[in-house]
Ligand binder design. Structure first.
Ligand SMILES: NC(=O)c1ccc[n+]([C@@H]2O[C@H](COP(=O)([O-])OP(=O)(O)OC[C@H]3O[C@@H](n4cnc5c(N)ncnc54)[C@H](OP(=O)(O)O)[C@@H]3O)[C@@H](O)[C@H]2O)c1
Length: 230
């Protein structure tokens, strides 16, 4: 496990920091809105995608909202042009089935292959992370039945991303991720579920966004499945 504090993260970033132009799919979603805020607070330029092209409540000259369908490789390729990196906080919206996640991963990979943009950081699901060697969270008895379909879809999406030739990072949150506080502190793992001293696996959406932008700014996690938690 690697622990990151707010101070360390700032030091690390001063070395690597340059303004990036990021295309963010899912910018209108719960996690995507926090990633948008984190990117803008670090002076990056953000093009936020939603299907309608509307993204409420972001008022910043470095932000542009655009319409696009993440299941359409042509839309992905056209939108990605001119960006340094592509980020995803995509999830199945209420009007879509969980398998749309796999379609999205396929379209994003296929679309990016048509462009010069190689860097992809993806918000994944905790189900793929290991709780013991060879045992993924989704395969444990405690894993809630109602979350299993979306967790399995997220694992299939991981398979698509991981077998691509892109410079991908699949960032999987803790078992529980909710709106909360931005502390700037978190720990990462290589493929394991991050659990705190009390046995809880938790991260606020705000601190997940900090970890996500750290990952974008810092290429150490290229071609890595990373867990994030406290
Ligand atoms: N513990 C865990 O493992 C855990 C917990 C929570 C979430 N997650 C994962 O994190 C991700 C984000 O979660 P969230 O709660 O922030 O999701 P959310 O609020 O439902 O947001 C989903 C986003 O995806 C966009 N989207 C959906 N279909 C699209 C399409 N066809 N084309 C373009 N954009 C599309 C939505 O945009 P529109 O405005 O167009 O609908 C929205 O911005 C999900 O993949 C979820 O599985 C994992």
């Amino acid at each position: 496990m690697t622990a990151v504090s707010d101070e360390q993260s700032t030091e690390l970033l001063t070395e690597h920091r340059h303004t990036m132009h990021v295309l963010l799919f899912g910018a209108s979603g719960r996690i995507g809105r926090r990633i948008t805020d984190e990117l803008l607070s670090r002076d990056h330029e953000v093009t936020g995608v939603s299907r309608s092209g509307d993204i409420e409540g972001v008022d910043d000259p470095d932000f542009e909202a655009v319409a696009g369908d993440a299941t359409d490789p042509n839309d992905v390729a056209a939108l990605a042009e001119g960006h340094d990196a592509v980020a995803s906080a995509l999830g199945p919206s209420e009007d879509e089935g969980v398998d749309v996640l796999v379609e999205m991963a396929e379209a994003v990979v296929e679309g990016l292959q048509e462009t010069g943009v190689d860097r992809l950081v993806w918000t994944g699901g905790a189900g793929v992370l290991e709780v013991a060697p060879g045992t993924r969270l989704v395969d444990t008895e405690e894993f809630p039945d109602e979350w299993e379909p979306v967790a399995r879809a997220a694992i299939d999406a991981y398979g698509v991303i991981e077998s691509s030739a892109l410079d991908w990072t699949y960032l999987a949150p803790a078992a529980l991720i909710e709106p909360g506080e931005r502390t700037g502190e978190y720990r990462t793992s290589d493929g394991e579920l991050v659990v705190d001293d009390d046995g809880d696996s938790y991260i606020s959406m705000e601190d997940f966004a900090v970890a996500f932008v750290d990952e974008l700014e810092n290429e150490e996690g290229v071609r890595t499945l990373r867990g994030v938690g406290y």
